[in-house]
Design a protein around this ligand. Structure first.
Ligand SMILES: [Zn+2]
Length: 283
């Protein structure tokens, strides 16, 4: 027991940084997962759910997880999906990948929680001078300008720094990027936040569905998809979106990737035959 606790604390206290590569064929896109933080999602996030069910799937007390963002390379373009917490390691990793901030023209946001937008700023100024930051209209309209009380000072700073490059939005099912190699379509995944979005990334050879925060604890929520974390703003819609998106991925046989999935963050999903799902990590 002592060893387990020590291990858990060690993981929480350190920022680990791993990069995974997939889909490296010619005329294809390449995706790099930046694991900014590798940590567990604790049981306390699921305190509104039946403790016996939570205990059954998380007997050790937490679910392996990460705080991650995705970098897509296709032809000469680099597209970011979310911008992480934006700590030094996240920034260093982009540099290590040879991605200069001025190279990024497009950043797509799954939603506007702090662990997905932090890297947009360098202090008080914009880190990406040439980027347009796109979010769902429903997401933008929730945080700006109506519900000013909900808006964070971090979002205020980002809006001030990016101006019109932050206020452009998309509708669901809209194609938000296309070049000769890759296209990206925004899909409705609302519930976690009012405009939470999944992105379907496609080339002629591969497809990847990046599902944002559709699940936080893979070990618990794939088998029991009705369970929500305390981060989910609208639990009913979260569950509806979760099942619709996962069923779509199964039907279409698409790889999925999640911002809080355990490393390597990408894999296949299948039905577990009992009303839930099973996640098979990519190798
Ligand atoms: Zn998140």
């Amino acid at each position: 027991m002592t060893q387990t606790i020590f291990f858990y604390l060690t993981i929480c206290a350190s920022t680990i940084f791993i990069t995974s590569f997939f889909l490296t064929q010619q005329n294809d896109f390449k995706v790099v997962v930046i694991n900014e933080v590798i940590r567990e999602m604790g049981k306390d996030l699921f305190s509104s759910s039946d403790p016996a069910v939570v205990e059954k799937y998380l007997p050790e007390g937490g679910a392996p997880a990460s705080m991650s963002s995705f970098v897509l390379f296709a032809s000469d373009d680099v597209v970011l999906i979310d911008a992480g917490l934006g700590g030094p390691n996240w920034v260093n990793k982009l540099t290590e990948l040879g991605v200069k901030p001025e190279k990024i023209k497009l950043i797509l946001l799954t939603h506007m929680h702090g662990d997905h937008i932090g890297g947009l700023l360098d202090g008080h100024t914009r880190r990406f001078p040439n980027a347009t930051v796109l979010s769902a209209k429903l997401e933008y309209d929730y945080w700006f300008p109506k519900n000013a009380k909900a808006r964070t000072s971090q979002l205020e700073k980002i809006k001030t720094a990016y101006g019109n490059d932050f206020s452009k939005t998309f509708e669901f099912d809209e194609q938000v990027f296309a070049n000769a190699t890759m296209k990206i379509t925004a899909l409705n995944a609302v519930g976690h936040t009012p405009g939470h979005t999944a992105f379907l990334v496609e080339s002629s050879q591969n497809r990847l569905l990046i599902v944002g925060d559709l699940l936080h604890a893979a070990a618990l929520q794939f088998p029991v998809p009705d369970i929500c974390s305390s981060y989910d703003m609208d639990t009913k819609n979260t569950v509806t979106s979760r099942k619709r998106i996962l069923d779509f991925a199964i039907k279409q046989n698409i790889l999925i990737g999640g911002m809080h999935f355990p490393v390597p963050n990408i894999g296949k999903v299948k039905s577990n035959g009992q009303g839930g799902y099973e996640f098979i990590p990519a190798k």
